[in-house]
Design a protein. Structure first.
Length: 88
């Protein structure tokens, strides 16, 4: 008695086996689309900079020491190295 699901004839796979492969491809495609849509939605909710009007609007933990956050052109916070003045 032959098993219909795994019969091979001249190197061709049966129709039942091919349906399983197609189902796997569909599941992979749906999974990929879900991940892609999540990444697109997450990326659209991110601001690329910290808006500011004064230096105090910049987050304190934005820069590593000794750099300090500075508001430039009343719109963007950047990290700069403070100028050291040595008086003699």
């Amino acid at each position: 008695m032959k098993r219909a699901n795994f019969i091979k004839y001249k190197g061709l796979k049966t129709n039942c086996y091919m349906k399983g492969e197609n189902m796997i491809k569909v599941v992979k495609f749906v999974y990929t689309m879900i991940v892609f849509l999540f990444l697109v939605l997450a990326a659209t909710n991110v601001e690329g900079w910290n808006p500011c009007e004064q230096d105090s609007d910049c987050p304190k933990d934005m820069c590593r020491r000794p750099k300090k956050a500075l508001c430039v052109k009343n719109s963007v916070c950047i990290c700069i190295m403070p100028a050291f003045h040595v008086s003699m």
